[in-house]
Design a protein around this ligand. Structure first.
Ligand code: ADP
Ligand code: MG
Length: 259
């Protein structure tokens, strides 16, 4: 049995089908990126994995059990889609990371040591006492990742982590994700619009638009047929060598999708 198993998953919200007959298997230690058009059900799929939304039909198992147990046992770290609310909340970076240990049976000192260790791990040492809302987009993202990792989860789920982060910060972010996966053998599930980048470092791609139009090796994803099916649009594949800052580091290919 795979580490994460999604079998014949269908989700309806108020009679409209949001996800239909989704089948996904993820092995431990894999990086799987979910791509697809806006409104295609990516966040909904993540909500099911987080146990926040019940399947209308089908089965979702994490390590053989209902997602509820995975959450309860701190098996999943989650970096949500960026919300404006967090920016306005005057809270220190260290406190944000400590939130990730709520419900953990540890002493105050143990929690503090762990939080400081993970702040250092994400390259934010020295920013502990800064107001979270005043950090740059890339710095906030690192703090949110420290918060997700501090409870030592087996799975890290990120929903559109690069949105609102500048290109140079995005590059080091992808390098960081790769290192994290290699060092901690953590399973990573990530929603991204940055197809050129994710294809180059993910093991598998899930192309989602209500149905799963593609699920397989990342290296076989980038065909015109796959992209047309997924985006139901006129898709042009543009090959760049050095114009695209984000891509040149990972893949000399950039995508332009025209609707
Ligand atoms: N709570 C909800 N009530 C009604 N419709 C919803 C709800 N959540 C999501 N949807 C609908 O489900 C579809 C998929 O949304 P979502 O999973 O957020 O897509 P994505 O993350 O791929 O942009 C959209 O059409 C959205 O309007
Ligand atoms: Mg979404």
């Amino acid at each position: 049995m795979s580490f994460i198993e999604i079998k014949n998953l269908t989700v309806k919200i108020e009679d409209s089908v949001i996800l239909e007959d989704i089948n996904i298997e993820v092995n431990q230690g894999e990086i799987v990126s979910i791509v697809g058009p806006n409104g295609g059900g990516k966040t909904t799929l993540i909500k099911v994995l987080l146990g926040l939304l019940k399947p209308t039909s089908g089965i979702v198992l994490i390590d053989g059990k209902d997602p509820y147990y995975a959450i309860k046992n701190h098996m999943i770290g989650y970096v949500p889609q960026k919300s404006k609310q967090e920016l306005d909340f005057p809270v220190g970076a260290l406190d944000v990371v400590l939130f990730g240990l709520i419900g953990k049976n540890l002493s105050k000192k143990e929690k503090l040591d762990l939080a400081l260790r993970y702040i250092e791990y994400v390259g934010m040492k020295g920013f502990e006492n800064k107001i979270f809302g005043r950090l740059s987009g890339g710095q906030q993202q690192r703090i949110m990742i420290a918060r997700a990792l501090v409870s030592d989860p087996k799975i890290l789920i990120l929903d559109e982590p690069s949105t609102g982060v500048d290109v140079v910060a995005q590059e080091s972010f992808y390098e960081f994700i790769k290192r994290l996966n290699q060092e901690k053998k953590i399973t990573i599930i990530m929603v991204s619009h940055d197809i050129g980048a994710v294809v180059s470092f993910s093991h598998k791609i899930a192309g989602l638009n209500k149905r799963l139009h593609y699920f397989g090796p990342a290296k076989d994803f980038l065909t015109k047929e796959n992209l047309q099916k997924l985006y139901s649009a006129d898709v042009s594949l543009l090959i760049h060598s050095d114009e695209c800052l984000t891509c040149q580091h990972f893949n000399p290919m950039m995508l332009e999708i025209r609707h």
